[in-house]
Design a protein around this ligand. Structure first.
Ligand SMILES: NC(=O)c1ccc[n+]([C@@H]2O[C@H](COP(=O)([O-])OP(=O)(O)OC[C@H]3O[C@@H](n4cnc5c(N)ncnc54)[C@H](OP(=O)(O)O)[C@@H]3O)[C@@H](O)[C@H]2O)c1
Length: 327
C-alpha cells in the first residue's frame, strides 16, 4: 500500500510516499481502507519534533516508534479479525488512532473497541475524517472547565481545528460565545454560532472592557495578563495550545499556581484525553444538525508535504484534508 513515511525529524519534505506492506488485522482489529484523513497540528509537531518533548515520546534522534503520521480517518471496512463483532466488511466508518498515528496511508488497522464508529449519515468521508482531533480536544477542555449554560466564554483562536468545535460546543452547552479570529474568518466564526466576534488584527479583546467567565485559548496566543484582565475573579483560563517550549510550559505552570493560590483565576491545561462516549456524543450532534466541520484545503496523498506546510503555517480554517479516494 501507499503511505506517507518519515524516518527523520525535519521540514515537510522529510515525509515521503513509499510502498509498504498492507497491514493485516489481528483478531480484535478492523482493517479500514482510508478514503480521507487530515494533517493536524499534532502531525507537523511530531514531524519536526516540536516541542522537543516529542523526542522522548517517539525517539531521541529519529522517530522510531512512529513512522506514519495521521490521527483521524474515514473509510470503508475491508475486513475484520476473527473476534470482531461490531463491524463488518463494507461498513462506512470514521475514527481516530490517537497517538498511535498511522492514518496517512491507504489502510490502517484499528481495534474494534477503539475510537471507531459508523460514519455520520449526513457527512462525506472528507468531513467525517475532520471531526475527532478538534472535536474531542474541544470537548475535553470544555468539560474540564465544567462549562455551564449562561456563562460568558471567549474562544481565542476560534477558526482552527479546535476553535471551530469549541465555538459550536460551547454554544451547545448554552454559553454566550465571543470568538476571536482575524478579519477573513469573522463570517465563518459567526456562522458557527458565535454571539460576538473580535478581529484580533484590529482590536485587543482585553481592552474592550468585556469580562468573561472563561477564556478558552486554542492557540496559546491570548497572553496570560490580557486573559486574566478579561476574566471575572475566580474565572477559568483554559490553555489548549501553546508554543510547547519548556520555558513557556514552566512559566505557565508557575503563573497558573500563583493565580490559583490567590483566587484570581483557575488555569486549566494539559493534554486532551478522549473519553468513552465522546465519539458517539459528537456523532449525535452532527446527525442532529448541531455540529459541523470546516474544511480549508484538500490535498492528495502525493501532495502531503504541501499539506504539512499549510497546516504548520498556523492559519488554516478548520482542517486540511488528505483525500485518498473519492467516494
Ligand atoms: N493540549 C492538547 O491536548 C491539544 C489538543 C489539540 C491541539 N493542541 C494544540 O492547540 C493548538 C491549536 O490547534 P489547532 O488544531 O486548532 O490549530 P490550527 O487549526 O492550526 O489553528 C489555526 C488557527 O489559529 C488561528 N490563529 C493563528 N494565530 C492567531 C492569533 N494570533 N490569534 C488568534 N487566532 C490565531 C488561525 O486564525 P487566523 O488565520 O485568523 O489567524 C487559524 O484559523 C496547536 O498548538 C496544537 O498543537 C493541543
Amino acid at each position: 500500500m501507499k503511505a506517507a513515511v518519515y524516518t527523520r525529524y525535519g521540514p515537510p519534505d522529510v515525509v515521503q510516499i513509499k510502498d509498504i506492506e498492507k497491514p493485516a488485522p489481528k483478531d480484535n482489529e478492523v482493517l479500514v481502507r482510508i478514503h480521507a484523513t487530515t494533517v493536524c497540528a499534532a502531525d507537523w509537531r511530531m514531524r519536526k519534533a516540536d516541542p522537543f518533548l516529542v523526542r522522548f515520546m517517539i525517539g531521541l534522534w529519529r522517530p522510531k516508534k512512529v513512522n506514519i503520521l495521521g490521527m483521524e480517518f474515514a473509510g470503508t471496512v475491508e475486513s475484520v479479525g476473527k473476534a470482531v463483532t461490531r463491524f463488518a466488511a463494507g461498513d462506512q466508518v470514521f475514527g481516530s488512532t490517537g497517538f498511535k498515528f498511522g492514518t496517512h496511508a491507504e489502510y490502517v488497522c484499528v481495534p474494534e473497541d477503539g475510537a471507531l464508529a459508523i460514519k455520520p449519515v449526513n457527512m462525506t468521508h472528507e468531513e467525517a475524517a475532520a471531526v475527532l482531533f478538534g472535536g474531542v480536544s474541544a470537548l475535553h477542555f470544555l468539560r474540564e472547565a465544567k462549562i455551564q449554560a449562561g456563562q460568558k466564554v471567549l474562544i481565542y483562536g476560534a477558526s482552527g481545528s479546535v476553535g471551530i468545535f469549541a465555538v459550536q460546543l460551547a454554544r451547545h452547552f448554552g454559553a454566550q460565545v465571543t470568538g476571536v479570529c482575524s478579519t477573513a474568518n469573522l463570517d465563518l466564526v459567526k456562522s458557527l454560532g458565535a454571539d460576538e466576534v473580535v478581529d484580533y488584527t484590529r482590536e485587543d479583546f482585553s481592552r474592550a472592557g468585556r469580562v468573561y467567565d472563561m477564556v478558552f485559548d486554542t492557540v496559546g496566543k491570548s497572553g496570560f495578563s490580557r486573559s486574566l484582565k478579561s476574566l471575572k475573579r475566580g474565572g477559568l483560563y483554559v490553555r489548549v495550545g501553546g508554543s510547547g517550549r519548556l520555558t513557556s510550559i514552566l512559566g505557565g505552570m508557575l503563573r497558573g499556581m500563583w493565580v490559583s493560590m490567590t483566587g484570581a483565576a483557575k488555569v486549566i491545561s494539559g493534554v486532551a484525553r478522549g473519553a468513552a462516549g465522546d465519539q458517539s456524543f459528537l456523532k449525535g450532534l452532527i446527525e442532529a444538525g448541531k455540529l459541523r466541520t470546516v474544511i480549508d484545503r484538500r490535498y492528495s496523498l502525493d501532495e502531503i508535504a504541501e499539506a504539512h506546510r499549510h497546516a504548520e503555517a498556523g492559519h488554516k480554517k478548520g482542517h486540511v484534508v488528505i483525500v485518498l479516494e473519492h467516494v
